[in-house]
Design a binder for this molecule. Structure first.
Ligand code: GLC
Ligand code: MG
Length: 539
């Protein structure tokens, strides 16, 4: 029976950070031509869709998340023709393409902002949030995610403007219909160039409290915590009428005609960055499929890495998802410490098994398939503005953005050997490289490929329902139920051998172990097992 579900429900997404993927022109910075050459790696890995982080013209204050032209391509990354070639090449390989869309803010060098700032009476005066302060103080107490007040005084206009991130990233006024029209035209432009959808940056920031009320103080904030969390961003994020914007976005994707060779309107997908606890996140899914298809569920990134906590998170999501909604899972991205560092080298194999066997669409960060840990970045090589401006290096995101190691050559094949890559690379890059891992049956890359292959052939893994079996101090096991046969996943979070029970209603066959070697119903330390009931593979 053919699988009738939308492609993005069976797909695995791969997040490609172009600065760090592959450099083709010898400047030490990854680019689109480099990425195109490496797309076959994604095919061999067995993912189905690629989300490409920003490549638009930008002063690169926030590495492309500060855009000056949403329709263009920065010369550092290539040209619009390269972007179109990337989309075509990916499609020829059977990969869908989703690009980053950055609607919440622009660069302060964007012509819109320059006009808005310099012409307080002009047609773009309200394209950004300009407000008077009171008594020399900013209009609200809101904080920037990147440190300090979210308001910056502009001496020319004699007003404050709002920026949820850097002061070079002023927030667009999404309550202004002219702004929405202009940004929707950007989406149409890229749909015409053939993309299959968008990952929407900073989506929960898009609308703010129209009454400009202060954010409440967070009583649980630890004094050594991220200063942004000193306040609860109640008024500056996640406003109720965001559903209106979601509706407009869905309508646009549905109504925009299919370009030659491009995506069918009903196949288009919206992924959105949404750091929200489950009860707030589920609203973004809408009901009966009228919301975002994949509002990113970031909760595994902050969940304590313990079987009970993970089980409780999965159960909460499963329970609160509205009818017709489809789950998704994220375990790493360009803003967070990598799995092998955050959860530890020993745990990364069960982390991979968990991400790829939970019910829902996994979003996989580049390099995780190699088990890449964070890279140490010496003070003089720090690039991330978050680290540089707050002086809090532990908030910096460079360590998770190391250039991808492809080969055993110098610079690991990321760039030419005589070129310094934009970020340092780990001394063990050769051993971690694709070349070193691809034929090694015990490598992380082989494990990823095998699990991804099973996901494609075992319907229980991509479509089956979820039920926790056991969750205690050491063990998490769950069952994925499907009419063609069930699967059980058992994960040992501890460094002790741990026994697991199997439901007695089936015969179970061990299909995959996360570590090589003999296996029994006892998990070795940090080990995971995947078992199938009977004949449940697609033939
Ligand atoms: C999102 C991006 C992050 C960026 C920020 C501002 O959080 O993932 O990398 O710095 O938005 O655009
Ligand atoms: Mg380059």
């Amino acid at each position: 029976m053919p699988d009738e579900r939308p492609w993005w429900q069976t797909a695995v997404f791969y997040q490609l950070y172009p600065r760090s993927f592959a450099d083709s022109d010898g400047d030490g910075v990854g680019d689109l031509a480099g990425a195109i050459r490496k797309l076959p790696h994604l095919r061999r890995l067995g993912v189905d869709a690629v989300w490409i982080c920003p490549f638009y013209p930008s002063p690169q204050r926030d590495f492309g998340y500060d855009v000056t032209d949403h329709r263009g391509v920065d010369p550092v990354f290539g040209t619009v023709a390269d972007a179109e070639r990337l989309i075509r090449t990916a499609h020829d390989l059977g990969l869908r393409v989703v690009i980053d869309f950055i609607p919440n803010h622009t660069s302060d060098e964007h012509p819109w902002f320059v006009e808005s700032r310099d012409h307080a009476d002009g047609p773009k005066r309200d394209w950004y949030y300009w407000r008077d302060g009171s008594a020399g103080r900013p209009p609200t107490n809101w904080l920037s995610l990147f440190g300090g007040s979210a308001w910056t005084w502009d001496a020319g206009r004699r007003q404050y403007y709002l920026h949820s991130y850097l002061e070079e990233q002023p927030d667009l006024n999404w309550r202004n219909p002219a702004v929405r029209t202009a940004m929707y035209d950007v989406l149409r432009c890229w749909l015409d160039r053939g993309v299959d959808g968008f990952r929407i940056d900073a989506f929960r920031q898009l609308l703010k409290d129209p009454q400009w009320r202060d954010n409440p103080v967070n009583p649980d904030w630890p004094a050594d915590g991220d200063p942004y969390h000193r306040l609860i961003p109640l008024r500056s994020t996640d406003q109720d009428d965001i559903v209106m914007i979601i509706g407009e976005l869905r309508d646009l994707l549905r109504d925009h005609p299919r370009p030659p060779g491009g995506c069918r309107p009903d196949d288009r997908v919206l992924l959105a960055e949404a750091y929200l606890p489950i009860p707030k996140l589920v609203r973004y899914h809408g009901t009966n499929g009228d919301g975002l298809q994949l509002p990113s569920n970031m909760n595994l990134l902050s969940c304590p890495w313990q079987p009970r906590a993970v089980a409780a998170l999965v159960e909460e999501y499963e329970e609160l998802l509205p009818p017709g909604a489809w789950p998704n899972w994220v375990l790493g991205n360009h803003d967070r410490s990598r799995v092998a560092t955050r959860l530890g080298h020993d745990q990364q194999r069960i982390a991979a098994l968990l991400l790829l066997t939970l019910r829902g669409t996994p979003i996989l960060y580049y390099g995780e398939e190699l088990g890449l840990p964070d890279v140490h970045v010496p003070a003089d090589r720090v690039r991330d503005p978050v680290a540089l401006r707050t002086g809090r290096t532990w908030l910096g995101r460079d360590p998770a953005r190391m250039p991808m190691p492809w080969t055993r050559a110098a610079r690991a094949g990321f760039c030419a050997e005589d070129v310094e890559p934009w970020l340092p690379m780990r001394p063990d890059s050769a051993e971690l490289s694709v070349e070193s891992q691809q034929d090694d049956p015990a490598s992380m890359l082989t494990l990823y490929r095998r699990i991804l292959e099973l996901r494609r052939t075992v319907p229980a893994l991509s479509a089956g329902n979820y039920a926790t079996l056991q969750a205690d101090d050491r063990l998490l096991s769950f069952r994925r139920g499907h009419q063609t046969g069930d699967a059980v996943v058992a994960l040992n979070f501890s460094d002790h051998p741990t026994r697991y029970d199997l439901p007695p209603d089936r015969f179970w066959q061990l299909e995959l172990t996360s570590q090589d070697g003999a296996a029994s119903r006892i998990l070795r330390p940090h080990e995971g097992h995947l078992l199938l009931s009977g004949q449940n593979k697609k033939v």
